[in-house]
Design a binder for this molecule. Sequence first.
Ligand SMILES: [Fe+2]
Ligand SMILES: [Fe+2]
Length: 226
Amino acid sequence: MSHWPKIRPTIDELVNRQFETREFKKLFAVPLTARRVEVYQNHMTFYANNRRDCWSFVAGKAPLDVKRAIWEHEKDELIHDDRMGRAHVTEDDLRAGDESLLAPGAKAAYYAWLYCAREKPWLEGLVYSHILERRNNNAIIKGGGLVERWKRKQRAELGAKEAAKDFQTEVHAVADEDHSDIFEPIFTRYVDSEATAQAVLAATRDGLLIDRALRGALADAMLEVE
Ligand SMILES: [Fe+2]
Ligand SMILES: [Fe+2]
């Protein structure tokens, strides 16, 4: 019997509560300027790259059906997404970015995610990556997921024309809803005992904590420039 339906409401409550944390509030309170958006985007480039590493490490340890779901997901990310007219992350993005400008807390968060993907059992490793798309899922997050809210913030503070240039934000406001839904059957199948349910809940709490570390560091880094 699946234990997923039993823990799913708690997980959804946790991802919703993420938006009430000090770090998320701080991030959304940063007044946007062109230079601050540059800082944000540089962090997102290496965040997207870190996601690719993490999903791959999880896929390496997971059963075939999970590898298949991850592979499906990574097609948009690494090969091509029609909505964006390109892959979500490319070598050009990495070349245009500057890793030396990452906030210490952001770099530490990326290493933490890498550690969890490599060292934890695959189902927990999967949660650490999945939870970041779940808190982007507009069907789950009341008031819109992180990227949807960020899209609205950029449109309100920079204007629709300037905001539209950030197609990463525009596309992820939609794409992560599908990406998050891909894993529902996987969790239904594999969260099959009280022990796995507890492990998945612990990984959820832990993963959301790392996410908060990144968002707080990002807010500070943005506030350091005018
Ligand atoms: Fe993506
Ligand atoms: Fe994704």
